[in-house]
Write a new protein. Structure first.
Lengths: 274, 215
């Protein structure tokens, strides 16, 4: 290569290299909101999914927030712990918990059906499974769903319930098909577009989706009733007890109620302190 | 959420996407060359190892590889993986793309007629000199279109970083879409990707033109 071409090659290299510094800077400001913990301070690593409004999600300011996030921060304040947000990919939650990258799964996490898989905190929220339909669909009961297309989000408790022989698998067998979606947002768009007839969903997420949408409603019949709690590693008894004690104290002093007020869609389902 | 908040939140994600993109290229472009040369090593063990590496990397989903690099140290060796998330992500991307680049390089190297090696030997060039001064410059020119292809694919593949919950632009689009019950974030992400790839195309085209010094 002649000198000129070598120079051009260097320029090209620089073009690739310069943004890397930016890239490094970008990852420096990663999602974990905590400062390095002071020596001796316990860092509580809160594991959650960011696709689950309004328990854990990106709020209107584009920041990490939600009922569960605020509650976890309140528990940390109560003990003077350092709070660390560990958003994870929901499908990898067990691997994240077991590997210790987070200390708990606290993200609208259904206890029912998973009783033996984790060490559970006290339940803090009711979570009924419902069927959401268009008001004009003519579907009024679970029996009307026979021959209909029903949507559900993958790896949710509504999905589990429709697969469970002791749950609603028999009902699911009457559907024309069960469409499994990556997110409820896409399922809801399909419902609006008429590609599916109903959505099986948690009452809390359903309320969130339907806020501002007058055409949709839940069937009166429930699919089933469940509760949310915090899942810990099975040998983490001390941490679980501490969090339980903090939850009781925060319910007693009104903190829980105050936080719930920020989330009107789910406030009525929060059972802690009621 | 206002539109400008949405844009600025996603712009921070685009910056992180760019971090993965740039670090992957910086790692995998040179590593791919090393792999391509080892692939032609005179030691059968090395050749076999490299072939197995390329075969496994190309034959399994990148998403799975990312999970293995991130969780592997814990599940195999019981190591703590506290700050391992980002390094594992980059490691996974670099090793994956190096395998593809290696095969592109190999194709380029093997496209050079054997007569050129013989002529260089007659003229007294050493093997290293022959490769660095005669073969490599031609190879680089020939493989540029394939490299461009791969680089553009990389821009879009960075979205797989969501597997390790890295908050790049597509993860953010998904999250904001869930919280705002809207598809707008996906369209914004699409525009971001398109603009990024347009820039890549432009830069690669300029490099190709600069290398086209015999025309």
């Amino acid at each position: 290569m002649s000198n000129m071409n070598r120079r051009q090659f260097l320029t090209a290299t620089a073009l690739f290299a310069a943004p890397t510094l930016l890239g490094l800077y970008g990852c420096g400001s990663s999602s974990s909101s905590s400062e390095p913990a002071a020596e001796g301070t316990f860092t509580f690593k809160h594991g959650f999914d960011l696709d689950y409004p309004p328990y854990s999600y990106r709020n209107d300011n584009g920041e990490i927030g939600g009922f569960d996030v605020e509650m976890a921060q309140a528990v940390c304040n109560y003990y003077g712990w350092q709070y660390e947000a560990v958003p994870f990919n929901w499908d990898a939650k067990d691997a994240e918990l077991n590997a210790g990258s987070c200390d708990c799964i606290w993200s609208g996490f259904t206890l029912n059906g998973r009783e033996d898989d984790y060490l559970w905190s006290m339940p803090y929220s009711d979570n009924t499974q419902m069927i959401m339909v268009n008001k004009n669909s003519g579907i009024a009961t679970l029996a009307d769903l026979a021959g209909k297309k029903v949507g559900v989000q993958t790896a949710t408790s509504a999905y589990d319930m429709l697969q469970d022989e002791e749950g609603q698998a028999a009902l699911a067998a009457t559907f024309a098909s069960l469409e499994v979606y990556d997110t409820y947002t896409i399922a809801f768009n399909d419902l609006k577009a008429g590609a599916i007839d109903a959505i099986a969903i948690d009452v809390t997420s359903g309320n969130y989706l339907m806020s501002g949408e007058a055409d949709y409603t839940f069937l009166d019949e429930e699919l089933g009733s469940e509760v949310y709690a915090i899942g810990f590693r099975k040998d983490d008894t001390e941490l679980c007890n501490q969090v339980n004690a903090a939850l009781e104290a925060l319910a007693a002093d009104g903190t829980v109620a105050a936080i719930a007020e920020n989330y009107p869609e789910i406030a009525e389902f929060i059972t802690l302190g009621k | 959420m206002t539109f400008s908040t949405m844009l600025s939140t996603m712009a921070t994600g685009m910056l992180r996407t760019f971090g993965v993109f740039a670090l992957t290229l910086i790692g995998s472009l040179p590593l791919g060359m090393i792999v391509a040369l080892l692939r032609k090593s005179r030691f059968a063990v090395v050749r076999g190892f490299i072939r197995a590496y390329i075969s496994i990397i190309r034959g399994t989903p990148l998403m799975l590889q990312l999970l293995v690099w991130y969780f592997g140290p814990f599940y195999l060796f019981g190591m703590s993986i506290g700050n391992w998330r980002f390094p594992a992500l980059i490691l996974g991307f670099v090793l994956n793309y190096a395998a593809y680049f290696a095969e592109i390089y190999r194709g380029g190297i093997e496209s050079i007629p054997v007569g050129q090696y013989e002529a260089a030997e007659v003229l007294g060039y050493t093997k290293t000199q022959t490769f660095m001064r005669i073969i490599l410059p031609q190879v680089i020119k020939r493989i540029m279109p394939s490299i461009t292809n791969e680089v553009i694919t990389l821009v879009k593949d960075t979205s797989l970083a969501f597997t390790l919950a890295y908050q790049e632009v597509f993860s953010l689009a998904k999250q904001i879409s869930a919280s705002q019950t809207s598809f707008t974030p996906f369209f914004i992400a699409g525009v971001f990707y398109f603009v990024a790839n347009y820039v890549v195309e432009f830069i690669m085209f300029r490099i190709e033109k600069a290398l086209d010094y015999y025309k």
